[in-house]
Structure formats: C-alpha cells, structure tokens
Design a protein around this ligand. Structure first.
Ligand code: MN
Length: 257
C-alpha cells in the first residue's frame, strides 16, 4: 500500500503553535505537506483571493520540514495546493489546530473550517481542529487527541468525502476524554461594535467578539465541550433549507415556473 498523503493547513498563520503541533502529531502517518497563510487569517471564511496573484515562499522555521507560505487566505492555501502546487492529490486534508473554538455559528466565519472545507469541496476527506479556549494551553495534549481522531476516522469511515469539525477542551487529559458526535449550536449575535478614535481623528470600528452560546442544549457542540467532552460535528455544505422548500412552493404557487 502506498503511503498516505496528508495536506495540513490552518488560518492562524504559518508561525502559529497550533500548526506545528498538528504537524508533529501526524509524524509517521504518511507524507505530510504543510501550507499556511503568511498572516493570521482567522475569520476569513471561504474567501478566495481573485484580485491579485498569490505568492508562495518556503519557510524552514519548522525543524526538518518545509512549510509553504501563501500571502492569502486559508482557502487560497488549500485551493492552490490542490490545483497544481502539489504533484499529487492528498488523501486527507487537516486544518488547525485553531487558537479558539469554532462552534455553532463560528463555523460560517471560520478560516480553519474553511481550509478543511476546501479539501472536502474537492472530494477529499477533511478534518478541522480547534482548541476551545484561546491561548494554547495543553496544546500538545490537543495534538495527541487530534492524531487519535485522525487514526480512528481513517480506520472506521468508508472512503468518500467527509468533513469533520472537532473542538477540543483545553485539558491535559483531552486525549482520554469521551468523544461525542454533535450538531452545531447557535450563538447570540455578536457583541456591539467597538468605536475607537484614530490618531488622525477618524472613528474606527472594531468588530466585537462573538456572542455567547444561545442554543447550547444536549447534542450541541457547546454542550459537549462544556461537559468536558471532545465535540465532533460532521458538516455538509448544502445550505438549502430543505424543510421549508414545500412551504415556499405552496406560498409562491402560480408564480413559479
Ligand atoms: Mn484562527
């Protein structure tokens, strides 16, 4: 059997400790390629850079390994890798480990989830990993937990594209915590925008922090991590509101072709 090929990306940028930890944890799993944004690109969702060309340089800051660095978004990184930069098609795309949770509505804004999703959109199984709290506490333990999930997913899931969103509590025993298959919760709307006066007298606006969990009941990602469990949410990309399609067909009767 040929060696497994894994592509690892993130959204916190190529210098982020979470990327190095995930890469290290995947040692021995196969051929690992790493590609990451030059700058922190958290919150850039699935954006692709279409108004300028992208540059790729090779960084040797990760010992014994070449990291490809792209002056673009997380989706740019994976897209460029899959459409010509890599000489082969990876078997798996991993993203993270992110500095902070990606649960509920976060997943729509997340560059971490988007990098994995880009692989999934190309038909490749993919997993996004995030630590629930910012600050990298117990990062090595999180990386060990991520590796165990990769091993188990590859061993037990049939082939074909799938996309998992994993949130890991910042605990030293995270690799031993129970895992729960969850659904996305919901957040309250973001906190109010923060105004600031620039040195030149202009009013600046900072997007406020994400809101607290609003739908955090049993079965959600918020509930699982708050209860000290590892949350694993299988994601899909189809945004169609299937449940309301029939209502719209009825409501717009006569005005539909
Ligand atoms: Mn991030």
């Amino acid at each position: 059997m040929r060696r497994m090929r894994i592509l690892i990306a993130n959204d916190d940028g190529y210098l982020a400790p979470g990327l190095a930890a995930l890469v290290k944890a995947c040692e021995g799993l196969g051929q690992v390629d790493v590609i990451a944004p030059e700058q922190n690109a958290s919150g850039t969702s699935n954006a692709l850079t279409l108004n300028r060309p992208l540059s790729v340089f090779e960084s040797s800051q990760m010992p014994g390994r070449t990291v490809r660095v792209v002056n673009g978004t997380p989706s740019d990184c994976v897209h460029v890798a899959l459409t010509g930069l890599l000489p082969h098609r990876p078997d798996l795309v991993l993203s993270g480990i992110n500095n902070g949770a990606n649960m509920g509505d976060d997943t729509l804004y997340s560059g971490t989830v988007a990098a994995a999703m880009e692989g999934y959109l190309f038909g490749i199984p993919a997993i996004a990993f995030s630590q629930v709290e910012k600050g990298w506490a117990h990062l090595e333990a999180a990386a060990a937990a991520a590796r165990a999930i990769v091993d188990d997913a590859l061993a037990s899931i049939p082939s074909g594209p799938w996309l998992l969103n994993v949130n890991l509590p910042n605990r030293p025993d995270v690799a031993a915590l129970p895992r729960v298959i969850t659904r996305l919760g919901r957040r309250h709307a973001s906190e109010p925008v923060i105004r600031q006066l620039s040195p030149r007298g202009d009013t600046l606006y900072w997007i406020g922090p994400a809101g607290d969990a609003r739908e955090a009941g049993e079965g959600t990602d918020f509930h699982a991590t708050a209860a000290g469990r590892v949350s694993i949410t299988p994601l899909q990309v189809d945004l169609t509101d299937h449940a309301s399609r029939e209502r719209w067909v009825g409501g717009l009767r006569g005005r539909l072709s």
